[in-house]
Write a protein that binds this ligand. Structure first.
Ligand code: 4AD
Ligand code: MG
Length: 460
């Protein structure tokens, strides 16, 4: 007999039909002549109640099984007299795998910190089952959103020789033997002897390669893992995170800002429609008012201001921030939070940042001070999207690269895009985990990725 998932059973009209369901025990309550067994198989937020008669074979044995044990249950699907629409009257129960007393996930509430230490078991909890079902749905929504708009999905490389953000937050990739490094006479490592014949890294972004495809196929996007060795131990930074990067030829900054807002709203609407049970769960246990917040954000326009306007608002707030507000300095989390959580009480698009704090590839404004950058900030999380219009002028771009001491030979191919039929183009990157945090209300980025990597942490 084929196994049905709990999700499928909830979508089935109960008429006493024979079914087979398998899952892990959440609880067993033994009474006089029968027992209530509650199982969950991770297919949906709901548990399934099984009623087992004391006449069943092995009754003594399986009713002694503890929380976390795995069962296979053959039975009849019937209408339930309780709160749920369906339940199962067992015909036979097979114990697939027992869990002993020290199974770490007991009924009583456990802390998020503890669950991080057992990240291999936490997807069995209601909270993490919900997080990873939402994560799945948002990935599906992402592909549907861009594909429906005519964007092509491009797989950009993970291994690279370029520091595409110029921020120096690279993880080195090397096959050299650390005990026997090749040095030249002046004591420098001879990288020509390394695997790729030059210094190589894990990518921090797929943007530069995506630009090559936008400047040939029009509208493209990437969706892949990116790696940053920044030493940020915060609730919103990971060393390995997933990023979605659309890149659009012939588009300017305003178009790409609109696209970013529309994409966020699309994901929210998708979650409201396809993750109802999960969002209700988060609304109840993780962030009160979550569903109202999402519903409102999904239909209202995002505010758009310039960096200079943002600085004015922050100075006029008369708040005492830990980091001083000063034109030219990057906005810190506390500044972003003031703008989104207190001032606008919603998402904000901030444009035209000082060029000194942004990457080399951004289009320079005529004021010679700012670049055509845009960040989208959301309440509770801060920056969720970072993007820009790209500098399409060869001379301006090479001049900026010289100022920043970038090694031109590595970027020659990138400059070709400006040499041969250069066009205005723009794009952004959305941090997938930050989007999941915003949509679920989860407050630590470590809890929205299956197995997190942060400084000093690479378990599992
Ligand atoms: O603002 P960032 O650094 O922009 C880029 O990488 C551009 N190449 C994107 C582009 O224009 N194609 O990163 C983009 C987003 C941020 O807004 C943030 O949401 C997320 O990536 N992000 C991180 N998420 C988790 N952990 C980290 N360490 C992150 N660094 C950036
Ligand atoms: Mg950024």
């Amino acid at each position: 007999m084929k196994r049905s998932t709990v999700k499928e059973l909830y979508a089935t009209k109960p008429s006493g039909q024979d079914i087979l369901v398998k899952g892990w025990i959440r609880s067993i309550r033994v009474s006089k002549s029968f027992s209530f067994i509650v199982i969950n198989d991770g297919s949906c937020q709901k548990d399934l109640q099984i009623i087992a008669d004391d006449q069943l074979e092995g009754y003594e044995d399986f009713t002694k099984s503890l929380t976390g044990s795995a069962f296979a249950i053959y039975g009849k699907l019937v209408e339930s007299k309780g709160k749920q629409p369906v339940e199962v009257h067992a015909n036979s129960i097979e114990v697939l795998g027992k869990a002993p007393q020290d199974y770490p996930l007991q009924k009583k509430g456990t802390s998020m910190e503890f669950l991080r230490e057992i990240a291999h078991l936490r997807p069995r909890t209601n909270t993490f089952g919900a997080v990873f079902r939402v994560r799945h749905e948002l990935a599906q929504a992402t592909h549907r959103f861009f594909s429906d708009k005519g964007f092509y999905y491009i797989h950009t490389p993970i291994l690279t020789a370029m520091d595409a953000e110029g921020a120096g937050e690279l993880f080195r990739v090397s096959t050299l033997d650390p005990k026997n490094m090749p040095y030249d006479k002046s004591g420098n490592i001879i990288w020509e002897k390394d695997y790729f014949g030059k210094e190589s890294y894990l990518c921090v972004t797929g943007q530069l390669e995506a630009e090559a495809f936008a400047c040939s196929m029009g509208s493209v996007y990437t969706f892949g893992p990116t790696f940053r060795s920044e030493n940020s131990n915060t609730t919103r930074h990971l060393s390995e995170f997933w990023m979605i990067e659309p890149e659009v030829a012939f588009a300017d900054l305003d178009e790409i800002a609109l696209l970013g807002a529309e994409y966020i709203q699309y994901m929210i609407k998708h979650a409201l429609k396809y993750c109802k049970d999960e969002l209700e769960f988060f609304n109840r246990f993780i962030e009160k008012g979550l569903i109202d917040k999402l519903t409102k954000v999904s239909t209202s326009d995002f505010k758009q201001i310039t960096y200079t306007e943002a600085v004015d608002i922050l100075i006029k707030s008369n708040k005492s921030f830990d980091y001083p507000v000063e034109w030219g300095a990057d906005l810190q989390t506390e500044h972003e939070r003031y703008l989104t959580d207190e001032y606008y009480k919603g998402p904000v698009i901030v444009t035209d940042y000082p060029k000194g704090i942004k990457a080399f590839y951004m289009k320079q404004n005529d004021d010679n001070k700012t670049v055509r950058a845009m960040d989208i900030l959301v309440p509770g999380v801060g920056e969720i999207i970072g993007g820009s219009q790209r500098e399409e002028d060869l001379d301006k771009l090479t001049k900026r690269m010289k100022e920043l001491n970038l090694e031109e030979s590595l970027y020659n191919w990138y400059l070709d895009l400006r040499r041969f039929g250069s066009v205005p183009h723009s794009g952004f990157g959305l941090g997938f985990e930050r989007a999941i945090m915003y949509i679920t209300g989860m407050s630590n980025i470590r809890d929205v990725i299956p197995f997190y990597r942060t400084p000093n942490h690479i378990e599992f």
